[in-house]
Write a protein that binds this ligand. Structure first.
Ligand SMILES: CC(C)(COP(=O)(O)OP(=O)(O)OC[C@H]1O[C@@H](n2cnc3c(N)ncnc32)[C@H](O)[C@@H]1OP(=O)(O)O)[C@@H](O)C(=O)NCCC(=O)NCCS
Length: 190
């Protein structure tokens, strides 16, 4: 029988729960902001694309085994949606459903308060303790120092640089690859 997995995560200041169709408007607002798309390969999206995105996320969340958890992040004190932190699981043979890939973005008004780090750390802990994953990977373009800092503060190690491995618009960027292994975590967190 499948292990019962709770898809609600609570931290000191934040509440994370998986996305539903009701979140489409907030997700559209977040993903249509140029400021939060600066270091991404995709342009700010329109409402039709947001609808397709959320539909895909919800479908993947309903699969057995589940192939993705797209967490909407709320500030508990204000009941305010501040961003997203997603975990997608790699099911190709070399990853065997045991390697997760995380990505995140937040509304600019919330930046600089440690929220992205608090949420990411909790999602990593979820990946190891609830899903028993072997590894979680992420990365960012070299210029995205804030994202690199979030990864480092959450315990990820820099594994290398994919030189000019990431195209944004017309320009190739160096892409910094980060990872964290289950064995890197304290036993109490796994
Ligand atoms: C990157 C992002 C998630 C950071 O969110 P956040 O809530 O501000 O993150 P935190 O507050 O947890 O930590 C940010 C860290 O980066 C540092 N930082 C911020 N801007 C920086 C910059 N320009 N250069 C160097 N460090 C920077 C902060 O000082 C902080 O580190 P510190 O705690 O050591 O002082 C947010 O800026 C964002 O959503 N950006 C757009 C989307 C994006 O880039 N997503 C990642 C794609 S890989």
């Amino acid at each position: 029988m499948d292990k019962k997995i709770s898809t609600i995560i609570e931290t000191d200041r934040l509440l994370l729960r998986t996305a539903t169709y009701q979140d489409t408007q907030s997700i559209y607002q977040l993903y249509s902001l140029p400021e939060s798309s600066h270091y991404e390969y995709w342009e700010p999206i329109d409402l039709a694309k947001a609808n397709r995105l959320v539909r895909r996320w919800v479908r993947n969340q309903q699969k057995h085994p589940c192939s993705a958890y797209h967490f909407v992040v709320f500030l508990k004190a204000k009941e305010l949606m501040i961003g997203m932190c997603g975990l997608e699981i790699g099911f190709n043979p070399s990853e065997a459903g045991q390697i997760g890939h995380v990505g995140y973005r937040y509304f600019p008004e919330s930046w600089g308060n440690g929220y992205a780090t608090e949420a990411l750390s909790s999602v990593v802990e979820f990946a190891f303790s609830q899903l028993s994953l072997h590894k979680v990977e992420s990365g960012c373009v070299k210029e995205n120092s804030a994202s690199a800092r979030v990864l480092e503060k959450s315990g990820f190690r820099l594994e290398g640089c994919r030189r000019q491995g990431f195209l944004i618009g017309q320009k190739w960027h160096d892409f910094m690859v980060y990872g964290i292994l289950r064995k890197d975590m304290a036993p109490s967190q796994t």
